[in-house]
Design a binder for this molecule. Structure first.
Ligand code: ZN
Length: 267
């Protein structure tokens, strides 16, 4: 608590922060461990240190767009397994896949090892969100009771209809819409906002998009994430708490967004 309030001491919202942050579990629903072909990297130990300095208790972790991913992401997924074993109370492991290639064996192996979800990136792995091969993957994910986190941010445009089709076809599949679907925000809120199986993860969202989301969605549909190491946990926390306060959300709403919502799915 002390560490986090240090960042907010300048803020006029300090009283609100104190109410929000008392006895709270903060979960970062979007953290990458490993290396990216663009040079970004983060080890499990570095992430734990970063979480500690921000009073973040737990994180969902998954690979980056790793140069050693190959067709199956076997190596980077293995790194996530090691990170999870390094700190099993702090981390919820998600694996990454490329729907363009045969993923059956890697999928089965990671489910057996206790991975809790899948992270997909339609742009980096170059697939359509509602394509047939991706649908096959969602079907398996729904059966295995995995959570699906899909990148829905930079590099994409009209995505709401596709997400809506996925959510309708697999009503039990729990979907985290990464980066709040900001490129197609209005339609995403309209088509997905009332679905209990869909939550919006807000990492890297610009403040005006975040405010739009907070204005139109109940707190139960919004989940905190940072996208570390591409973005920063402290700034992500500040952005969500400040804009939620500005949007008139109450401390108990903010606690839901910072941890309680995703905690229910991870139980
Ligand atoms: Zn990311």
């Amino acid at each position: 608590m002390a560490a986090l309030s240090r960042y907010f001491i300048e803020s006029e919202n300090i009283g609100i922060y104190e109410q929000i942050l008392e006895r709270i579990d903060i979960i970062d629903a979007h953290a990458h461990v490993g290396v990216d072909r663009d040079g970004h990297k983060l080890s499990a130990a570095e992430l734990v240190r970063e979480m500690k300095s921000n009073d973040i208790n737990q994180a969902i972790i998954f690979p980056q767009d790793d140069p050693a991913a190959g067709r199956t992401f076997a190596k980077p997924n293995e790194r996530i397994l090691r990170a999870y074993k390094f700190s099993p109370k702090k981390f919820f492991p998600f694996f990454r896949l490329d729907p363009n290639h045969d993923f059956a064996a890697e999928f089965a192996k990671r489910v057996d090892q206790g991975f809790r979800g899948i992270k997909l990136h339609p742009r980096a792995q170059n697939f359509e969100i509602a394509s047939q091969k991706a649908m096959k993957l969602y079907e398996k994910a729904e059966k295995a009771n995995l959570i699906l986190l899909i990148h829905a941010g930079f590099g994409l445009d009209s995505i709401a209809e596709s997400f809506s089709m996925v959510a309708k076809t697999f009503p039990k599949l729990r979907i985290l819409v990464g980066h709040g679907a900001f490129p197609d925000l209005e339609d995403a809120v309209r088509l997905l906002g009332s679905r209990e199986s869909v939550m919006f993860e807000v990492s890297t969202m610009r403040i005006f998009d975040l405010l739009e989301l907070l204005k139109h969605l109940p707190a139960d549909r919004i989940v905190f994430g940072s996208d570390i190491p591409y973005y920063n946990q402290t700034l992500s926390l500040q952005a969500l708490i400040d804009s939620a306060t500005l949007a008139g959300k109450q401390p108990h709403h903010i606690r839901k967004m910072l941890g309680e919502n995703i905690q229910k799915w991870l139980k």
